[in-house]
Ligand binder design. Structure first.
Ligand SMILES: C[S@@+](CC[C@H](N)C(=O)[O-])C[C@H]1O[C@@H](n2cnc3c(N)ncnc32)[C@H](O)[C@@H]1O
Length: 325
């Protein structure tokens, strides 16, 4: 073979060898890249699952408070259920004793300030969800206000509560309402932190929660649910015990009353000191007006002004938020 021919053969051989190496490496590199991508997908799935477990499965083994005790969220849910099953029958009577009847004035003011039934969008009933509605105090006032003050029977309210014993008392009480009110009312056993899918996204005009939210295991989850189910422009409204820090003398009297008298009244009237001790401690643990307002804003609501109104020096407070349009 001529030197030129040998050189050409050598170059051809080198090219073939390089091509073979390239082909071999390419399939390995592809496999390596695929393995890297699969690993990344797996990590993303694990992160997503972790995120879901905090946003969609609120009741878990994270820590929270049951009165002054630190417990897991699921344990709190069980123990709160125990408290309200235990107090259901005496709940209304005890409210009057504990607050000297003032809870009625707060509830009247809460409902008047919402003015339910004032406007009815295009013939549709105004849709209201009273969460942790218990024995029906807020829902019944809402119906009364809409029917009597606004002359508007075109309203529908669902009383939802996690506790069947509280709902049973509410159902029993509702039988004394006028038939026209009863036809505007339904009951739903539900956890406010994971409302059932039958309550659709963007479906409600008004969401109320009265003296309930401090008992929830995961308040941010409940606020996110409120935001999900309200229509744009819909109103979140909460009545809850709060802080009296601005008035030291009133605060001192109130604390003395709460911690001495209320558990004692619980023992004497309802034979249940522990449940009422929990109720007092849960009030103490609930965030300040400002901190709770910030939680409402974090859930996506708009607030106007301070975002809250103090009642009786801050013993209770009304917080409102509007879902942006
Ligand atoms: C103090 S009662 C308030 C009842 C009524 N809203 C009122 O103002 O008189 C608190 C209610 O919150 C309910 N509750 C506690 N945790 C709840 C949850 N995660 N979801 C729904 N309701 C809950 C209890 O079962 C109880 O009926």
């Amino acid at each position: 073979m001529s030197p030129g021919g040998s050189l050409a053969l050598l170059i051809l051989g080198i090219l073939a060898f390089v091509g073979l190496i390239y082909w071999f490496l390419k399939s390995k590199i592809n496999k390596f890249v695929e393995a890297l991508l699969a690993y990344k997908r797996k990590i993303t799935d694990v992160e997503q699952a972790a995120e879901n477990s905090t946003t969609r499965t609120p009741t878990a083994d994270r820590e929270t408070h049951f009165g002054y005790e630190t417990v897991t969220e699921s344990e709190k849910q069980d123990r709160v259920a125990g408290v309200f099953s235990s107090v259901a029958e005496s709940y209304d009577k005890m409210n009057d004793f504990m607050s000297l009847g003032i809870h009625r004035l707060w509830k009247d003011h809460f409902v008047s300030s919402l003015n339910p039934g004032a406007t009815t969008p295009l013939g549709q009933p105004q849709r209201v969800l009273d969460v942790a509605g218990g024995t029906g105090d807020i829902a019944f006032r809402i119906l009364h206000h809409s029917h009597i003050h606004n002359g508007n029977p075109n309203i529908h309210i669902t009383i939802s509560d996690i506790n069947p014993d509280m709902l049973a008392v509410g159902k029993q009480r509702s039988l004394d309402l006028p038939a026209s009110y009863q036809s505007n009312l339904s009951f739903l056993e539900a956890n406010a932190e994971v409302l059932p899918s039958q309550i659709k996204d963007n479906s409600l005009d008004l969401y109320t929660v009265s003296f309930g939210i401090r008992n929830f295991s995961n308040i941010p989850a409940a606020l996110r649910e409120a935001h999900r189910v309200l229509k744009p422009g819909g109103v979140f409204a909460c009545l809850e015990f709060s802080k009296v820090d601005q008035y030291p003398l009133l605060n001192a009297i109130y604390k003395r009353w709460s911690f001495s008298a209320i558990p004692l009244i619980g023992q004497l009237v309802a034979a249940d000191r522990d449940s009422y001790q929990y109720l007092v401690e849960s009030i103490e643990r609930f965030p300040s007006q400002e901190a709770f307002r910030d939680m409402i804003v974090d859930a996506g609501f708009e607030v106007s002004g301070d975002g809250y109104e103090n009642l009786t020096g801050g013993i209770a407070a009304i917080h409102k938020g509007i879902k942006p349009l």
